[in-house]
Ligand binder design. Structure first.
Ligand SMILES: Cc1ncc(COP(=O)(O)O)c(C=O)c1O
Length: 337
């Protein structure tokens, strides 16, 4: 699968599977004595895993102007003062929580900086197949010797509960694979066999699966775009989603009004939103943003996917999904925004 997708000469020997990529990330942090370098905002589990194990966390600032993404300049700032310090830099794209991704030139620049400091690059590409235009490219192409690609079935197969995650290592990092396999052997032992057989089928990625992915992307792309426009028109700032199924809106334009209602933090904001409207989003604070930033992560998948996929089968190929479709098949999400 990865040989076909990335064009890198991987073999089965380079792959470690586990009960979810989350477990593999934990074991990586356990066996590798290095700092964890992650952008703010970042997916909710990287930092707590580092804290449980006792690793030092370096948060890398991002800006809305750069769609809340890692920049080589900021990575450089973290590494410059102590260039030989061992580090795991996490890059996650398409991104949870923002939906952003990177262009090839940007990936090359980040790869260059990671190589300069000999950092382990953990490339969390679990949403790769959900790039809205199907154009995901792994950063492993540009820093193959130091990159671990993390993936799994949870997102593009809609099978989060099945628990199968993958790490793909270059030959130069087989020593890390072996250290992780030793821990795996003493903890989860193996991924359950029936799930492994399901994964074999999924990773064949034949025409039926490609068709399914094409339609998933068409729906997510139109929905993400529509919701973003709606929020932007209301004065909310957020990066344009390019993949996955998340938005990371910042409601700072409403700070004064919220303050008047006794809302000062993202947590208070999300609690009040839930109480008053029934809309559940996660506070930006959970993603490493300052508590008083009025941001949150919105997941736009609260709809019957099977029903939407059946309906889109009648759509002409290439035609983008219109608002009527979204209102009929994704009504809760449209209404919530
Ligand atoms: C960015 C990111 N990485 C990894 C995971 C973990 O996925 P799993 O452990 O199911 O493979 C998630 C799940 O929410 C995620 O959003």
């Amino acid at each position: 699968y990865h040989r076909r997708m990335e064009g890198i000469d991987y073999t089965g020997e380079d792959v470690l599977i586990g009960p979810g990529s989350k477990e593999l990330m934990f074991i990586l942090q356990l066996v590798y004595y290095g700092d964890l370098v992650i952008p703010t905002p970042s997916w909710v589990s990287y930092a707590p895993q580092a804290r449980i194990i006792g690793r030092h966390i370096r948060w890398v600032p991002t800006s809305l102007a750069n769609d809340l993404r890692l920049s080589p300049e900021e990575i450089e700032k973290v590494c410059y003062d102590d260039p030989y310090r061992p580090r795991i830099i996490v890059i996650n794209y398409p991104n949870n929580p923002s939906g952003s991704t990177y262009r090839i030139e940007e990936l090359k620049a980040i790869a260059h900086t990671a190589r300069k400091y000999r950092a382990i690059l953990l490339s969390d590409e679990i949403y790769g197949e959900l790039h809205h235009k199907g154009q995901h490219v792994s950063i492993a192409r540009f820093y193959p010797e130091g990159t671990i690609i993390s993936g799994g079935l949870s997102k593009w197969c809609g099978a989060g509960g099945w628990r199968l995650g993958t790490f793909v290592f270059p030959k130069s990092l087989h020593w890390l694979r072996d250290a992780m396999a030793a821990v795996a052997s003493e903890t989860y032992t193996s991924t359950s066999a029936p799930i492994q057989y399901a994964a074999v089928r999924a990773f064949q990625r034949d025409s039926e699966i490609q068709h399914y992915l094409y339609n998933c992307r068409r729906i997510l792309r139109s929905l993400g775009k529509y919701l973003t426009r709606r929020l932007q028109r209301a004065g909310v700032s957020l990066p344009e989603p390019k993949g996955a199924f998340y938005l990371f809106p910042n409601f700072s334009a409403y700070r004064e009004e919220m303050n008047r209602r006794g809302i000062y933090t993202s947590e208070e904001f999300c609690n009040r939103l839930l109480e008053d409207t029934g809309v559940a989003i996660l506070p930006g604070h959970a993603f490493g943003r300052p508590p008083e930033e009025l941001s949150g992560r919105l997941a736009y998948v609260d709809f019957d996917g099977a029903r939407a996929l059946t309906a889109i089968a009648d759509y002409p190929p290439g035609k983008s999904v219109d608002l009527e479709f979204l209102k009929i098949y994704c009504p809760k999400v449209v209404r919530a925004v």
